[in-house]
Design a protein. Structure first.
Length: 349
């Protein structure tokens, strides 16, 4: 399989493939009048991670889809990463995934079907870890390799979490360090070390299972996962959507040490600048912060990134207990807090 380095067959990779926020906003605009659906709890009215539909028995169905071009060269790993990333949307809503359907686009004339089979094997492995079946799917012959999942989940409506319901004075936590976009670019350019590659694959293929447990905490007011728009973009969506601003202690943001090494070598994905241009007018960065570093890391597109959580101060101990039970206690420290709305949406201090 080594002769088929998947990133060589695509112009983008992972969540860095996302359409720019400003362009996406124009695409989603519509003059079509859609009748109100009282059972649709979460839909297109907000920039949330998934749709949620009231089943009428105190439970909501969560529905989401996510797919992209290869972020890594290895086919099995690509399948795992794309699947974990798609399933994450259910966890970000506080739900439990129950079923997945595969989405495959494959350049049959360029890459053998046997390589696509390895992608599906990777998907099956991560679905097994999530405790769900990969129950079917759809495939097409496409110019570039594409893979992802459509995922369904369930959640008690009382535990459903959204990304725009944070409250003033909430503390902000994140469950994974940032910087995978930089590291994935280093891999594509064949600059990454083997040790750093294994670190990258481990993070990219780790499920955000803690989301289901975090959803059951009443003091968790809002939750989302950090993906293609970077920490900066998804934090802006949470704060702005909640009518608030955020104050972030830059030194408390967990960052992959390897990402810092490659950032200093001027290695980073093209989507970073796109993200920064979309959100920079809403941000202030203290003069004490290394601006060159911050401008590469804060908008760095994450794939299967960590959960970003807004929690009432009095419930922080419950969140920390969940972090400990899922082996992510290293990140059980707030990176900042939400406050009353100011001229800038995000303040990095």
């Amino acid at each position: 399989m080594s002769e088929f380095r998947l990133t060589k067959f695509s112009h983008g990779g992972g969540c860095g493939c996302k359409i720019a926020p400003s362009v996406l906003s124009s695409i989603l605009q519509s003059d079509t009048i859609v009748p109100e659906n009282k059972n649709l709890l979460v839909g297109n009215a907000s920039n949330d991670d998934a749709a949620a539909y009231d089943l009428g028995n105190g439970t909501a169905l969560i529905s989401t889809t996510d797919f992209f071009m290869p972020i890594v060269d290895d086919a099995f790993s690509f399948g795992r990463i794309a699947s974990a990333n798609a399933i994450s949307d259910v966890y970000a809503m506080g739900g439990k995934p129950i079923l997945a359907i595969a989405i495959l686009g494959w350049p049959i004339d360029k890459i053998p079907a046997s390589v696509a089979r390895q992608v599906l094997e990777g998907a099956r492995s991560i679905c097994l870890e999530a405790g769900i079946p990969l129950a079917g799917g759809h495939s097409i012959d496409s110019p570039e390799p594409i893979f992802g999942l459509a995922v369904s989940g369930l959640v008690n409506i009382e535990h459903l979490k959204r990304n725009n319901t944070a409250q003033e004075n909430d503390l902000l936590f994140i469950t994974k360090p940032i910087g995978v976009g930089i590291m994935a670019t280093a891999q594509k350019r064949e600059k990454i070390s083997e040790a750093h590659l294994q670190q990258l694959l481990k993070q990219l293929g780790t499920l955000n299972k803690a989301g289901e447990a975090l959803g059951k905490i009443a003091g968790v007011h809002a939750m989302t996962d950090v993906t293609g728009f970077g920490l900066l973009g998804h934090l802006t969506e949470m704060a702005e959507g909640s009518g608030l601003s955020a104050e972030i202690e830059y030194a408390n943001i967990p960052i992959l040490e390897a990402a810092l090494e490659y950032q200093k070598q001027k290695i980073g994905p093209g989507a970073t600048a796109r993200n920064w241009n979309s959100y920079c007018s809403k941000v202030s960065i203290a003069s004490s912060i290394n601006e060159e570093e911050a401008l590469q890391l804060l908008p760095d597109p994450q794939t299967n990134g960590g959960l970003l959580i807004a929690v009432a101060p009095e419930a922080a101990h419950e969140v920390i207990a969940v972090f400990e039970s899922f082996g992510i206690a290293a990140y059980a420290k707030p990176i900042g807090k939400l406050k009353a709305k100011t001229e800038k949406v995000i303040h990095f201090i």
